[in-house]
Design a protein around this ligand. Structure first.
Ligand code: SF4
Length: 316
């Protein structure tokens, strides 16, 4: 079956003074109907830029350029006019952002902001739809929440409101960009459970962006590990976590604290991801890689299939 979303050879550059700096490089990624794909990586690795691309939310002021193709079913999103793209946002693809406070307008009530989304679908405000949406995201005190301003409800409640807004049109694909990062740990778990429940109930596919390797096991069917704009490893989540192949994935997993076993120092990955303006020659991970060899400093590795896994490393 054809994938719901298909990203083919996508490269995104941002202009800085008189140079174009890469944020995403030669990325291929398919997402099937009903599937959850987690995109994992450190800050600045390009995962949020990748997430914004299908929605057409990258800057349109000449500071950003893209090459490649992004298909939703059989539609190439890069060929659509802005009006067609706008109609797709929310209806077929919806997004939940990281910070629920800055995603809501502080001077408008929740009801006003939710009704804006409902009007787009139903042509007029509908109090019952708003109540049903809030109940769907398990906000029991729905009447009070609707009358509240964003600062009058908690961070977890604000994120549930944003998820409710994203669901107004029953999108085929939900893109969640670090939706739990700004929340405390117990609320994070509740939001994850909610997203999983809604995804199954509504049959949505989901792209879940996170820098937290601990979350992907609970939420995703497949995971893509990003480094310096590349997807360096892609495979079934259980397989990648059980036997990571790329040295970067291995180092990330080694640095996770363990709840069992003897106490000891957690191995920390030395160094920082490269700045886009100072990308090293060859494999971008080679200055930090504990398995680097001569070829790594000269040649950027191609992506290769390795036992059902896609890995971008000269070792494969
Ligand atoms: Fe390490 Fe070389 Fe593989 Fe890059 S290509 S991850 S430097 S072994």
């Amino acid at each position: 079956m054809a994938p719901l979303l298909s990203i083919k050879d996508l490269t995104v550059d941002y202009r800085h003074e008189d140079r174009w700096l890469p944020a995403v490089k030669n990325v291929f990624l398919d997402v099937s109907e009903g599937e959850t794909v987690a995109i994992v990586g450190e800050s600045g690795c390009g995962k949020s830029t990748l997430a914004l691309t299908p929605l057409g939310l990258l800057p349109q002021d000449g500071t950003c350029r893209t090459t490649g193709q992004v298909f939703l079913n059989d539609k190439n999103l890069f060929n659509l006019k802005e009006e067609e793209r706008r109609l797709l946002r929310g209806r077929r693809i919806a997004m939940v952002f990281q910070d629920p406070f800055s995603s809501l307008n502080p001077v408008l009530t929740i009801n006003y902001q939710l009704q804006e989304a409902i009007i787009l679908k139903e042509g007029k405000p509908n109090h019952q739809t708003a109540m049903d949406l809030l109940k769907q995201v398990h906000l029991s005190d729905a009447e009070r929440i609707l009358e509240s301003y964003p600062h009058q409800i908690s961070g977890g409640q604000r994120q549930r409101v944003l998820i409710a807004m994203a669901l107004v049109h029953h999108p085929a694909l939900l893109i969640a960009d670090e939706p739990t990062t700004a929340l405390d740990v117990t609320i994070q778990d509740e939001i994850l459970q909610l997203l999983k429940e809604l995804k199954t109930k509504l049959g949505m596919a989901m792209i879940f962006i996170t820098h937290n390797m601990g979350i992907v096991k609970n939420i995703s069917d497949r995971m893509a590990v990003m480094y310096a704009g590349h997807i360096v490893e892609l495979g079934k989540t259980a397989d990648v976590l059980a036997a990571p192949k790329h040295p970067y994935t291995q180092a990330l997993l080694r640095s996770l604290p363990k709840l069992t076993g003897s106490l000891g120092t957690i191995p920390v990955m030395e160094g920082q991801p490269p700045e886009p303006s100072a990308m090293p020659a060859g494999c971008p991970f080679h200055p930090r890689c504990d398995r680097t060899f001569e070829r790594c400093e000269k040649e950027d590795p191609f992506e290769r299939d390795s036992d059902g896994r896609r890995v971008q490393c000269h070792l494969f």
